[in-house]
Design a protein around this ligand. Structure first.
Ligand SMILES: Nc1ncnc2c1ncn2[C@@H]1O[C@H](COP(=O)(O)OP(=O)(O)OP(=O)(O)O)[C@@H](O)[C@H]1O
Ligand SMILES: [Mg+2]
Length: 396
């Protein structure tokens, strides 16, 4: 869907936006929201039997992005997801999907949006045991009232996408857990919904199969370009899949950013504790840690030659890499030479340098954020909105 703005420039409308979403369970929820806005904590509310499951969540997911929500059990992830598809009504705030405010739709219109535009994949995908794999994959289409022939064609296509061609006539109990989960994914894909909501969809799988499913999702996403919200407990999964990651704690989003943001400048100790076991050398990229090219001007090669400009830096560098190179690729060159590694763009222009010292520093303690990424309440600041705006511009 496109919208025309004052400048007559066409831009894509964001697929999914959450604006100051709250969900409070229990007595007098509206009053609880006002208390939360005034700084009353979740624990205080719990004392009188009220649970603030989601507190002031705001974010934008652009078309084609995988947005990961991560956090410990009880942090509010599933509640947040259920508000995104209208299964739960927010206590306060709005959910905009393609510019349409889901919170104002009639139950009938909401059901229509849910059955045609949004698909959910759960952790334990409940397949119908007495229906074939094909019938299970076509279930979402059946609910939409799509005729049998068309349904079977689209279900078979979705099964093929998920690597299950040839299994159409089988029964669910003839499939392994991983294959059953693929049927669940196929069911979600068959409906052509733009928005996929995935709640711990791969968490019940063995590690190897889980990795396989992650690969498959990334592969599918290259061509399907769905808008995906993916919930997980697992930071490695979050980092592999997420274009952007929201970390939730006690109902609040405490950090929102790329995998690199979260690794390099965790917003607080809670976020940092998640990242302890991550292999930074494979997640961080040259682009994320590089310094300004000019910092290399005036330095000397091991042979004593002064590097005066970009040309000199590139010529002397022990390696020239692109911004998306994982930093593990920089260690060998850096160990062989004291000169910084050069980072260039697609046109071969120097965009940054990685000196040996910087490479070593990022593997140590996480860096302290230079600008506080959080508001005092732990919400996300306008900087996030600005970043999202840039992404919109990039899509336009
Ligand atoms: N229907 C409900 N009524 C009352 N409280 C609820 C309800 N649903 C969720 N909660 C509470 O809201 C909080 C957040 O729950 P939620 O299920 O969203 O967490 P989660 O992050 O998905 O956890 P998990 O990782 O265990 O699935 C919890 O304290 C939970 O007990
Ligand atoms: Mg949950």
């Amino acid at each position: 869907m496109r919208a025309v703005f004052g400048s007559k420039r066409e831009v894509y409308v964001s697929r999914l936006e959450a604006e100051h979403l709250y969900k409070v369970f229990g007595k007098r929820p509206d009053q609880a929201v006002r208390k939360l806005e005034n700084g009353v904590g979740r624990d205080e509310l719990r004392a009188d039997g009220t649970t603030a499951a989601v507190i002031d969540a705001s974010f934008t997911v652009e078309p084609g992005q995988i947005f990961v929500v991560m956090g410990l059990s009880g942090s509010g992830k599933s509640t947040l997801l259920r508000m995104l598809n209208g299964l739960l009504e927010p206590t306060a705030g709005r959910v905009l999907f393609d510019g349409q405010d889901l919170t104002t739709l009639s139950p009938r219109d909401l059901r229509a949006v849910r059955s045609t535009k949004i698909s959910m994949v759960f952790q334990h995908f409940a397949l119908f045991p007495h229906r074939s794999v094909l019938e299970n994959a076509g279930y979402g289409l059946e609910v939409q009232g799509v005729a049998r022939a068309e349904r079977e064609r689209r279900a078979a296509e979705a099964l093929e996408l998920c690597g299950l061609a040839g299994w159409e006539k089988s029964w669910p109990d003839e499939l392994s857990g991983g294959m059953q989960q693929r049927v669940g994914l196929a069911r979600a894909l068959a409906t052509d919904a733009d928005l996929l909501l995935m709640d711990e969809s791969f968490s019940a799988l063995d590690p190897l199969i889980r990795r396989d499913m992650q690969d498959q999702l990334l592969e599918l996403q290259k061509t399907l370009k769905k808008t995906i919200v993916f919930i997980t407990h697992d930071l490695n999964e979050a980092m592999r899949l997420g274009d952007r990651i929201a970390v939730m704690r006690d109902g609040r989003i405490v950090q929102l950013g790329t995998a690199e943001d979260i690794l390099v400048t965790p917003a607080n100790d809670y976020v940092a504790s998640f990242t302890q076991d991550v292999d930074r050398s494979r997640v961080l990229t040259a682009g994320a840690i590089m310094a300004d090219p000019e910092t290399a001007f005036g330095t000397r090669t091991d042979g004593g030659k002064e590097l005066r400009d970009a040309q000199d830096v590139i010529a002397a560098a022990p390696a020239v890499v692109s911004a998306d190179a994982p930093i593990i690729e920089l260690f060998t060159p850096c160990s062989a030479s004291g000169v910084a590694v050069a980072v260039t763009d697609d046109d071969g222009e120097l965009i940054g340098v990685v000196p040996r010292a910087r490479l070593l520093a990022v593997l140590g303690e996480p860096m302290k954020p230079e600008i506080p990424a959080q508001s005092p309440q732990g919400g996300v600041t306008a900087a996030d909105g600005a970043a999202a705006g840039k992404e919109v511009a990039a899509h336009a």
